[in-house]
Design a protein around this ligand. Sequence first.
Ligand code: ZN
Length: 300
Amino acid sequence: MLNLIELGAGVWVLPGGVNIGVLVGEDGRAVLVDTGLNGTSAKKALKAVREELGAEAAAILTTHAHADHFGGNATVVKRSGAAVHAPAVDEATLRYPLLQPALLFGGADPPTSLRGGFLLADPSPVDAVLQPGPHVIGGVRVEAIPLFGHSPGQLGFVVGDVFFCADVVLPEMVLDRYRIPYLFSLTDHLSALDRARAVPHRVAVPGHGPVLEDGALDALIAVNFTLAMWVADAVLELTKEPRTAESLLRDVLIRFEAPAADAPSFYLLQPTVFAYLSHLHREGLVAHEVRDGQSLWMRA
Ligand SMILES: [Zn+2]
């Protein structure tokens, strides 16, 4: 059974919970774009590359340090010796995965409920820290595109006319389920959406959901941008009275019918509200004050 879908010359995708890209250069070595959540996704990718392309993985390009994208790195490295290339800032989380749940939990020692597989991956070695710009990795020519925002250092990769755009956009199916997508920085995310729109491509491969052709990425960028603006408007409206971030979060969750019924979904959205607040503060639209032992946000 064929698992890999050919997208262009030397470019394939293994569709899954996280889409795994496979790039093969002239010398026949394979480069993976992300490795999925864990050893199972990693083994599936290695098997597909061996059986369907007769290639061995020589390198991994990690788009960003979320467990579902790099959780398979350790297994790929152990089985193939592939070199891991990861974005600046995010690379620290590959080496010390505890940073992901700790970032969500206000920087503190996260409770067990935030140490599940989706938030805490096995550590991955990092052989090279990738900067935006052109690179030749494992014999493959790639352009790394800065798409910061969803994570501090997220990178997309352009290979020929295929654009691996990571989680700069989430598909409507995912947006429908989670209502408000996690963000590290709204300011950076808005720039990343603009930058992604300007990347010439024929096919785009997002981290999740179907491959995007015929301008479908533009349409999805518009959907993700509109949603970010709705959430920003809601946060701004809710700061008519001075509010703590936690009380803002509660009202935003209710307004968007976000299903935050467990620790991971709640603690993904708590920093997300902070990302909206720091953006609105930077824009001069909200003010911040610490008063009577409370951190209060209010319209400027
Ligand atoms: Zn992500």
